[in-house]
Design a protein around this ligand. Structure first.
Ligand code: FES
Length: 103
């Protein structure tokens, strides 16, 4: 299996985003689903994700901070940005993050 770090697009810094109420640091310049894989490598790698905007199992709801509009997106396509707040995730993502979320 390829290590998750080699799957990431090149990055020079980490961005802080909020994931289900927790602040986390993830690599800039990468789609959110790849960043979730960075946080929970094995479960996301074994998740039922197509990684190409087909399966819809990677849906999230997010905003860009207090008072900004909430949006729905596919996390395999959505590039992370500083301050992004992931409010809701699909059942598949929630399942994959179940152990990470306990830490
Ligand atoms: S992983 Fe299948 S649509 Fe995003």
């Amino acid at each position: 299996m390829t290590t998750p770090s080699s799957l990431l697009r090149p990055f020079s810094k980490l961005l802080t985003i909020e994931l289900l109420g927790r602040k986390v640091e993830v690599p800039e310049n990468n789609p959110l689903l790849r960043c979730l894989q960075y946080l929970a490598p094995e479960p996301i790698s074994y998740g039922r994700f197509c990684w190409n905007e087909d399966c819809q199992y990677c849906r999230v709801t997010y905003d860009m901070g207090e008072g900004t509009q909430e949006r729905a997106a596919l996390s395999c396509k959505l590039l992370v940005a500083e301050g992004m707040r992931i409010k809701e995730v699909s059942q598949e993502i929630r399942f994959c993050l179940r152990d990470w979320n306990k830490n």
